[in-house]
Write a new protein. Sequence first.
Length: 52
Amino acid sequence: MSEFFNMGGYAIYVWPSYGLTAIILWLNWYLPGRQHKEVLRQLKRRYRDGGE
């Protein structure tokens, strides 16, 4: 098992790459969802206020 985590001596490069990839994938999921909610909030506010 320790050989797997050591990655043949390249663990210092492999594991940060996995971590960075996971962060980027999460941001690609999270940020558009947040922006979508904000746009919906703005549209509801415009509709409620009579439109502009």
